[in-house]
Design a protein. Structure first.
Lengths: 344, 420
């Protein structure tokens, strides 16, 4: 029996950290400003006063050093949860992540592993310009040995983060910062079918205790017969609004985990609808949507009734002044759905 | 299997008694600020070494402190720069201009006119004195807190504002966040949002200058916190190896957002870090306009004579928050900036000029009023070219330009999709 509370995504992430730190002394959080200050987005607030400076560990500004030391800690029995202040700052750590963290188990014949979780706020919509808005998940899904997760709501965020921390494999955990404090349906006068705050959203009711949502399992947000829409992170909400606005009987799947991908759930849906629209905020070329198209094509070719559509960020750096022209809009999603329906 | 412990394996019953050392801060909210660790020699005592010295001959300077202005505002010792009263007044004017600009922009952010802003309050002397000590042909690789360089080099304040509000006159074409200026005409490099990445690029620029047999030097800046990035190691090793004509500055303003300098300083000074790379290191009172100018001139002379890099640590204090996104009262004592022992750079230069008989309190009051009026008028003009929310901006389609020199077909197709 566990009680639930209304939580934002920030609070749900904080609760996941608190639950795992409370039950397992090998879990610690580390990163820039995560200790005394509680993180620039407040995700580690209160952990310093509750667990001390050693377990809510402020670090030097050296992402490569943070991940490298987390690997060493992980090898020596700890379970570090690293916070990258922004996903855009992850690149100095990329050699440690790709060449070391991801491959350690494999290269040592299974002798060594490092159960490190790397949390990183990602995505646009907060006027962050090109260095505070990126969605680099596709870089990491391309790497062998990393699991990659992106939740779209508080309930999933907590359950997925607990699973990630307790997983013995390294996990990249991307947090869409635009929906940290409430759902977001796109900019401007588009349709806003859902709650304006997490308090009013079903997924804002979060158990206070420990629970897991398994990695590698997608969620069906909305059932439908005419077209399958695949999305993750902030785009789940934009897609939901777009579907509601155009009135098409679409099935919306929230991937939740990008790798390993729940291709079974996706294929079952696309084989039913015969149409597929893929949405992500990240840039288009070599983005994760390209992988999704391939997977869907391989699994569903004989049932496809229309070319698969992609709605993505443009292949340019994220522009400060043109955030809403860049960010995939409801209208672009509606247009893509409509194009798939022109095929019989 | 492995020796790694998982929660499942031991049921989470293990407890640890940590022996890890975690550094402390100069103060946290509710505490009395403590800067007693700082050893501050009196002004004028620190010797000035020969330009062709090596790192071993600057050990005392790397852990000491070059100070010229004493507590009464008088200049003392071997490091006094040869600056006329007119030049000093110009320096004072630039610093006050930066402060007036910062105040205006900070308030405009609070009113929603900017998405973000970062002030340099309390550390204006670093950028202003350094820019005045360098030649205009020298290349600048700043961080986001050296806006003073632009004022000295004569950047139009209206143009700076237009950048910060991403309007149709923004020379960065609406692509960058506020304060990440770029100004090629002024030899001011495009600021990245990522920390310390340009520190080692500055070394490469300087290597090219030496390669071409030119006399231009580069100057680069990082904060105390950013010295932790490996780019700083790369910069120092390459600069030393190739004796690059570059000045490597560390602006130690005590705080990296909420993280104190103790998380990067490793219990010693940042200037001392030059020693292992055989780069002469000098720590200077960063709130002393004269000292910063003199040390910069010394380092520039070394670089220009082919004697290689110098590492300068500017001991200063970040009076404001890191940016408009944080409230410093949440992580340090509200009285900490008052307790900072090296004072305010504008106040100290003003006292010196008054002591010289070249300035007065009345002139200072008039100057500050004029600068406030000037930035108010500049702001109005900047807004006349467009605001962040309402524009006009650059045409949206221009976001596809400059990804490459020539736009490939796939980007032209995306541009067409955007334009419908």
């Amino acid at each position: 029996m566990t009680t639930t509370a209304t939580m934002t995504m920030v609070q749900a992430i904080n609760s996941a950290l608190d639950c795992t730190m409370g039950s397992d002394p090998s879990v610690l959080v580390m990163g820039q400003d995560v200790g005394y200050f509680g993180g620039v987005f407040r995700c580690t607030e209160g952990l310093y006063s509750k667990y001390g400076a050693h377990r809510a560990l402020d670090t030097p500004i050296a992402e490569g050093g943070i991940v490298a030391t987390a690997i060493g800690m992980g090898v020596n029995g700890l379970r570090p949860v690293v916070e990258m202040q922004f996903a855009d700052y992850i690149y100095p750590a990329i050699d440690q992540i790709i060449s070391e963290l991801a491959r350690l188990r494999h290269r040592s014949g299974g002798e060594y592993f490092a159960p490190v979780t790397i949390r990183a706020p990602c995505g646009g919509g907060i006027r962050g310009g090109q260095t505070h808005s990126q969605s680099p998940e596709g870089i990491f899904t391309h790497v062998c040995g990393l699991k990659t997760v992106m939740p779209s709501n508080p309930y999933d965020a907590k359950g997925l983060l607990i699973s990630a921390i307790e997983d013995d494999d390294p996990v990249m955990f991307f947090e869409p910062k635009r929906i940290y404090n409430g759902p977001f349906y796109g900019h401007g006068s588009g349709n806003t079918p859902g709650a304006s705050s997490w308090a009013g959203h079903a997924a804002g009711q979060v158990p206070e205790g420990h629970y897991r949502i398994p990695l590698g399992k997608a969620a069906t947000v909305r059932e439908g017969q005419k077209v399958t829409v695949l999305a993750y992170g902030t785009m789940v909400h934009v897609a939901e609004a777009a579907i509601s606005a155009c009135g098409v009987d679409a099935e919306l799947i929230d991937l939740r985990t990008l790798l390993p991908l729940d291709i079974e759930a996706i294929a079952a849906s696309v084989n039913k609808t015969g149409r597929c629209v893929i949405i992500h905020e990240a840039t288009r070329t070599s983005g994760y949507g390209a992988e999704l198209m391939s997977e869907v094509q391989e699994s569903c070719f004989w049932n496809l009734r229309a070319p698969i559509e992609r709605v993505t960020g443009w292949d340019t750096p994220y522009p400060h002044a043109f955030e809403w022209e860049y960010f995939p809009s409801q209208q672009r999603i509606i247009d893509a759905i409509a194009r798939t329906l022109t095929f019989d | 299997m492995t020796s790694s412990k998982s929660a499942a394996a031991d049921g989470g019953n293990t407890t640890y008694t940590s022996k890890l050392h975690v550094p402390s801060a100069s103060s946290r909210p509710g505490e009395i600020p403590d800067f007693s660790d700082l050893q501050l020699p009196a002004a004028g005592l620190t010797r000035k070494p020969d330009h062709d010295c090596d790192a071993a001959q600057t050990q005392d300077l790397a852990t000491g402190l070059v100070r010229v202005l004493n507590d009464e505002g008088q200049a003392e010792g071997a490091w006094q720069p040869e600056l006329s009263a007119e030049q000093l007044v110009q320096g004072l004017r630039h610093m006050a201009h930066v402060r007036a600009y910062d105040d205006r922009m900070f308030r405009m952010q609070r009113q929603g006119q900017l998405s973000f802003y970062m002030k340099a309050t309390g550390e204006e002397a670093v950028a202003v004195a350094q820019a005045m000590a360098l030649s205009t042909d020298d290349m600048l690789f700043p961080t986001y807190r050296q806006q003073g360089l632009l004022f000295v080099r004569g950047r139009s304040v209206v143009d700076m504002m237009c950048h910060c509000i991403s309007n149709a006159r923004d020379n960065c074409k609406g692509r960058q966040m506020p304060v990440f200026y770029s100004w090629k005409e002024g030899n001011f490099f495009s600021i990245s949002g990522n920390l310390s990445t340009q520190y080692s690029q500055a070394v490469g620029w300087a290597m090219a200058s030496a390669y071409k047999g030119e006399d231009h030097i580069a100057s680069a800046w990082v904060g105390d916190g950013s010295t932790a990035e490996s780019d700083v190691h790369n910069a120092m090793l390459f600069a030393s190896t190739y004796r690059a004509p570059v000045i490597l500055n560390v602006v130690n303003n005590q705080w990296a957002i909420s993280t104190p300098q103790s998380f990067a300083a490793a219990g010693t000074t940042f200037a001392a870090r030059g020693s292992g790379y055989n780069i002469p290191g000098i720590r200077v009172d960063g709130n002393d306009f004269l000292a910063v100018h003199a040390v910069t001139q010394w380092a520039a002379e070394r670089a220009r004579r082919g004697l290689g890099p110098t590492l300068i640590e500017h001991l200063t204090y970040r009076v404001a928050g890191h940016s408009t996104s944080d409230n410093p009262d949440a992580y340090r004592s509200e009285t900490e900036s008052d307790a900072w022992p090296l004072g305010d750079p504008i106040e100290r230069l003003k006292q010196h000029l008054i002591d010289l008989g070249a300035w007065s309190e009345e002139q200072q009051t008039t100057l500050e009023r004029e600068l406030k009026e000037s930035v108010t008028s500049d702001w109005k003009e900047a807004l006349s070219y467009g605001s962040l929310e309402d524009g006009p901006h650059w045409p949206v389609s221009t976001m596809f330009e400059d990804v490459f020199k020539h736009m490939p077909a796939y980007l032209r197709r995306q541009r067409q999709q955007l334009e419908g």
